[in-house]
Ligand binder design. Structure first.
Ligand code: PEP
Ligand code: MG
Length: 892
């Protein structure tokens, strides 16, 4: 196995092996762009390291070889006292994980080579000592777990002693003294001196980067972003170039388009006389990139040329990190840049207009979850609320909540069910749990590329940063004379950057208004709506899967239809047994004679017919799958405990409460230890005479009524929880008689099919298909029974541990477990169709609206997915993407 690749040996398609940073450094090197020389240690080396502990056989020898080549190229030896080569050791995984893993700069400096570095820099002692103190600080924190605060404190003391505010005001002697102080901090925590051997520094730094793959924050970030836990990170060893050599040097980040709106232009930040992470860390306020033109026109022009080259080459928005060392531009990183959901759509549409990509590829550049983000509400500013202050709109959305100042407090507030806004001077990777828990993030420092901004955009979380009128204290912040305390409510607008005191009302997003039909994309002067319209229209043209909705009211059905639903895949009739109808259901359950039961059913029947007629009307011409009642009947009765107490108290007072006593007896009779596995679904229909018959009659009568109005009803009756074909046959025989009786010669056609949600049903699907005209996979129950996980209990109880252990990367109730539960779906689909070739197949579990699951259902060959109304557009988009991707497109 080859573990180390020179930049000349790689290319952008080797991200699995070289990580994103390494692959793109190689790509830029091969494009002839000015990249400092270096090499990449592969993700496989990291995997080996993490598997076996410390030693990866053969790795050291390969590093020797590549380091020697690098030294030859640079004409310098690592850490040579007279003329040292210094390197950076940087993490770089396949998927970008901003700030999650480690980087060490200036490796190779020691007590001797610091003088050599000063000579290289033309006798610049200040620069050399500054570089050395940074190495001890980064190395101490990253490699040896020295608390970073202690270095910060020492730096503060040095500045305070001198009476200055900025790091740059410390001179060479101050920094030399700081190095001594830092070394003391180092010894105190590690029990040994800061290592002077340059190669030992490098090896320890490489091992620390490997280990940082499993740092808590990296694990948490991966879980959040669904990045597999076993990929490992690559390590890039790169010859140092210096942005901190004086005012003719600096470092910056740039985007080829605005990552928030997608507009073309000059976007980025620049910080003169600064090194490495200073820009992204948001420590000092940066200059807009356009200002660089005035400072260093030659470098600026070259950067613009390179940005155009990169965009042309990657055919997408790129983000870039660069350093200028004494007027010479160096490229430190590029990648296809992260962007907001809105920018993803507008950029994809722009690139189509520019002829760079076609619509198929545009479709693969956006995701259902991005579309979901665009459907969140926005602030309603019609009341013209005065903003408290303003920052940079770094990640769009409208969020309000209680102000909190620590990550810990954010998680506490969120756990209590309330919304929190995390307010910080700037965030760092340790704030990640709070950023996940909070509704939004507000910082007083840093630009669009600060840690807060980058991480929030990645998560689709509202963020305003750099609100620099704010003074952030430990448990309050002020804007001028206005003080805001922990627990006060604020609202932040991640699009405009405005911050408001109190809760600002919200209104629906433009994209939702478009789906509702209230906004004509041709008329609305809104590039986002136009882009969404164009891309989703293309998805509709491409997709093979139909998209239906789960709805059980006329209003939901109507909305889903506006959102593009092509029918109802699941109408849960039990939802029609609640509210003031409960009493009728109680009568049914308490009935002691056939006559009493029939009376109760007769009272329910017209109500059910009216429900179905309303839904059939809204879905006129489209299929509507009505599922016969599913949950155990005792769900419609009062709770056992409450009733028992009530009856006991009455008896205590010598009262007779006949109705309650009867009810209590019924509740006791029907009590089940495992109701989810008890008398529900088809079992209920087989045990309570007349219940399913009443529903079937109501469905058939409603259909006939709509046909009589001139409509086109397409009812499908679905039997829940079937595990054996005999169950279905029994229900079917009775239903067919009723249907024949009701429909007469009205021309109405009623299909009868079943849910496949019990593993036995999936495994005997070939038999069940004899009695079913369609299958709809109930993947909620199929997951529950496939895994043996109680769907109401386990997610809150112990899934966190399963996620931590990597048993699964995401809850199988959220995204289909393709290997297990998915296999049941696959078997049932194949065997069902083998019996009945025209068998219609759909899915109506929660997975029907989950982007990854939609791709799986496409691949298995289902006819449709069904999901809640708001997820209909998401499923349409993902079904289109699945179709384009399975055409074997080479776009990704
Ligand atoms: C299912 O089990 O996936 C399903 C759709 O039915 P319910 O969620 O109502 O049990
Ligand atoms: Mg179910």
């Amino acid at each position: 196995m080859k573990f180390v690749y020179d930049f000349h040996e790689g290319n952008k398609d080797l991200k699995d092996l070289l990580g994103g940073k390494g692959a793109n450094l190689a790509e830029m090197t091969n494009l002839g762009l000015p990249v400092p020389p270096g090499f990449t240690i592969t993700t496989e080396a990291c995997q080996e390291f993490l598997r076996h502990g410390t030693h990866v056989p053969g790795l050291a020898a390969e590093i020797d070889e590549h380091l020697a080549a690098l030294e030859r190229k640079m004409g310098r030896r690592l850490g040579d006292p007279d003329d040292p080569l210094l390197v950076s050791v940087r993490s770089g995984a396949k998927f970008s994980m901003p700030g999650m893993m480690e980087t060490v700069l200036n490796v190779g400096l020691n007590d001797a080579s610091v003088a050599g570095l000063s000579r290289q820099a033309g006798g610049n002692d200040r620069f050399a000592w500054d570089s050395y103190r940074r190495l001890i600080q980064m190395f101490g924190k990253t490699v040896c777990d020295v608390p970073g605060d202690e270095f910060e404190d020492a730096l503060h003391e040095a500045k305070a002693a001198k009476g200055v505010k900025d790091d740059v005001q410390l001179d060479a002697d101050d920094l030399k003294a700081l190095v001594t102080a830092y070394k003391k901090v180092f010894v105190k925590h590690t029990g040994h001196d800061f290592p002077q051997d340059p190669r030992e520094q490098m090896d320890l730094a490489v091992a620390a980067v490997f280990r940082s793959w499993n740092a808590d924050r990296a694990v948490l970030y991966r879980r959040q972003e669904r990045i597999p836990a076993d990929l490992g990170t690559a390590v890039n060893v790169v010859a140092m170039v210096f942005g901190n050599l004086g005012t003719d040097s600096g470092t910056g980040v740039a985007f080829t388009r605005d990552p928030a709106s997608g507009e073309q232009g000059v976007y980025g930040d620049y910080l003169a006389n600064a090194q490495g992470e200073d820009v992204v860390a948001g420590i000092r306020n940066t200059l807009a990139l356009a200002e660089l033109e005035k400072l260093d026109k030659r470098s600026y022009d070259e950067l613009m040329r390179i940005m155009a080259t990169l965009e042309g080459h990657y055919r997408d928005l790129c983000d870039i990190e660069f350093t200028i060392e004494r007027g010479k531009l160096w490229m430190l990183q590029t990648r296809v840049g992260k962007r907001t959901a809105a920018a993803a759509f507008t950029i994809a549409a722009q690139l189509v207009d520019e002829g760079v990509i076609d619509l198929d590829e545009a479709l693969t550049r956006v995701t259902g979850s991005q579309l979901g983000q665009l459907m969140f509400p926005r602030f309603d500013l019609s009341g013209d609320p005065a903003p408290l202050t303003r920052g940079i709109g770094a990640s769009p959305g409208a969020a309000y909540g209680e102000v909190v100042f620590t990550s810990k407090r954010a998680t506490e507030v969120a756990a209590s069910g309330k919304a929190a806004i995390l307010v910080r001077r700037e965030t760092n990777p340790d704030d990640l749990p709070g950023m996940i828990a909070a509704n939004g993030i507000l910082t007083s420092r840093g630009g669009k590329t600060s840690h807060a901004a980058v991480v929030a955009r990645g998560m689709g979380k509202t963020c305003v940063c750099g609100a620099d009128e704010m003074e952030v204290g430990p448990d309050y912040f002020t804007v001028g004379a206005q003080r805001v305390d922990e627990g006060d409510v604020i609202s932040i607008d991640g699009t405009t950057g405005r911050v408001y005191l109190g809760e600002v009302p919200v209104r629906p997003s433009e994209v939702v208004q478009y789906f509702e039909g209230d906004l004509d994309p041709a008329q609305a002067n809104d590039p986002l709506v136009a882009a969404v319209h164009r891309i989703i229209t293309h998805a509709d043209e491409k997709r093979r899967l139909s998209v239906r909705t789960n709805a059980d009211t006329g209003a939901d059905a109507a909305r889903a239809r506006r959102f593009g639903a092509q029918g109802i895949g699941l109408c849960r009739t039990e939802h029609m047994f609640l509210g003031d109808r409960r009493e009728l259901v109680e009568r049914l359950i308490l009935a002691r004679t056939d006559a009493e039961r029939e009376d109760a059913l007769a009272a329910l029947q017209p109500l059910q017919r009216a429900d179905f007629l309303e839904i059939f009307r809204e879905m006129n011409g489209l299929p509507v799958t009505v599922r016969l009642i599913d949950p155990p009947l005792h769900e419609f009765l009062p709770s056992l405990e409450e009733l028992a107490v009530k009856v006991a108290v009455a008896h205590e007072h010598g009262q007779r409460v006949e109705h309650d006593e009867q009810m209590l007896a019924a509740v006791r009779r029907m009590h089940e230890q495992n109701p989810m596995l008890g008398l529900r679904g088809v079992r209920l229909g087989l045990v309570i005479p007349g219940l399913f018959a009443m529903q079937v009659r109501a469905i058939a009568e409603a259909a006939v009524a709509l046909a009589a109005e001139g409509g086109n009803p397409r009812p499908e009756i679905m039997v829940p929880l079937v595990g054996a074909v005999q169950e279905l046959e029994t229900v079917r025989a009775e239903a067919e008689k009723i249907i024949a009786d009701v429909i007469g010669d009205s021309g109405v056609e009623v299909l009868i099919g079943t849910m496949i949600e019990v593993p036995r049903a999936a495994l005997t699907a070939g038999q069940i298909a004899e009695a079913a005209e369609f299958f709809s996979f109930g993947t909620n129950d199929l997951t529950q029974m496939g895994w043996g996980f109680s769907r109401d209990d386990v997610e809150g109880a112990f899934f966190w541990r399963y996620l931590e252990l990597g048993i699964f990367g995401i809850s199988p109730f959220e995204s289909i477990d393709t290997e297990g539960v998915g296999r049941l779906v696959r078997i049932a689909a194949e065997e069902g169709r083998a019996t009945r070739p025209g068998l219609k197949l759909g899915v109506c579990g929660e997975h029907g609206g989950d982007p990854d699951s939609v791709h799986f259902f496409h691949e298995v060959g289902l006819d449709y997915v069904s999901c809640s109304p708001f997820r209909v557009p998401i499923a349409r988009l993902e079904a289109g993407r699945a179709a384009v991707e399975s055409e074997g497109s080479d776009h990704r």
